[in-house]
Design a protein around this ligand. Structure first.
Ligand code: SAM
Length: 265
């Protein structure tokens, strides 16, 4: 018996965020957007039942995949030879993407329940990445690409815009998946900025400052950044301590971090 949680005899697992792409037109649009070229080093996160894996392998000779669900891995092993598909069994949140070589292209219809941690994990590999193309819930994509002063602008926007140029490519409705998710989805592309633009000397400090600034969104910088900047610091940076964090650009956050770590003094 099939039901709406079952595809090809596999019952979708909620805990692994399984919503399988089933609309051939959408799949084609995503593959066209990725534009895979023979010889490229590419990894797909969460291949699932292979909706994107199969068309990717029509265009490139070899693909890496990282998948956590053993049942799905067994199916992939039956279907593809190791010469074509390198299967990395395990949690993408712990996977060392640095072992795959560079320049690396990363793609996937990501499990939405771990979208933010996975983006932060992947950001650490920016220097060897050529680009990343993902399906995510639209609401997360809007936060990724948000501009200062908007409601969506926050920690995710700053920490990703610090490393990547990002663009929302197109939206995908729930009906393109089985089972259908409750939310609208979007395709987003991330391209790393040139290394010299990564200017925070102490990235952990940048992260701490951004987290503090958005921790209590309604409070002013004078309050949220008390631990990092005094009035003289605000004056030296030409920043108004009466503003809220959402008004600061990525460059201003980097300037604060560098001032605090001594590099900007
Ligand atoms: N790519 C397939 C498609 O488009 O039909 C499946 C997409 S589904 C939204 C997410 C996939 O990621 C599932 O195959 C799921 O098992 C896998 N997954 C979930 N959590 C994971 C994790 N932590 N590490 C690796 N794969 C994971």
């Amino acid at each position: 018996m099939s039901n709406d949680r079952e595809t090809d005899g596999h019952r979708a697992r909620k805990r692994f965020g399984q919503n399988f792409l089933s609309d051939p037109n959408i799949i084609r649009r995503i593959i066209d957007a990725i534009r895979p070229q023979p010889g490229e080093t590419m990894v797909e996160i969460g291949p699932g039942l292979g909706a994107m894996t199969a068309p990717l392998l029509e265009r490139i000779d070899h693909l890496h995949v990282v998948e956590i669900d053993r049942d799905l891995i067994a199916r992939l092993r039956e279907r593809y030879s190791p010469e074509r598909l390198s299967i990395h069994e395990g949690d993408a949140l712990k996977f060392d993407f640095g072992t795959l070589g560079d320049p690396l292209r990363i793609v996937g219809n990501l499990p939405y329940n771990i979208s933010t941690p996975i983006l932060f994990h992947l950001a650490a590999f920016a220097e060897q990445v050529q680009d990343m193309t993902f399906m995510l819930q639209k609401e997360v994509v809007m936060r990724m690409v948000a501009e200062p002063g908007t409601e969506d602008y926050g920690r995710l926007s700053v920490m990703l815009q610090y490393r990547f140029r990002m663009g929302r490519m197109f939206d995908v409705p729930p009906g393109a998946f089985r089972p259908a998710p409750k939310v609208m989805s979007s395709i987003v592309r991330l391209v790393p900025l040139p290394a010299e633009e990564l200017t925070a000397r102490d990235e952990a400090l940048l992260g701490a400052i951004v987290t503090a600034a958005f921790g209590q969104r309604r409070k002013t910088l004078r309050n949220t950044l008390r631990e990092f900047l005094d009035e003289a610091g605000f004056a030296a940076l030409g920043l108004d301590p009466g503003l809220r964090g959402e008004r600061l650009s990525v460059a201003e956050f980097v300037a604060i971090a560098n001032y605090c770590s001594g590099a900007g003094k």
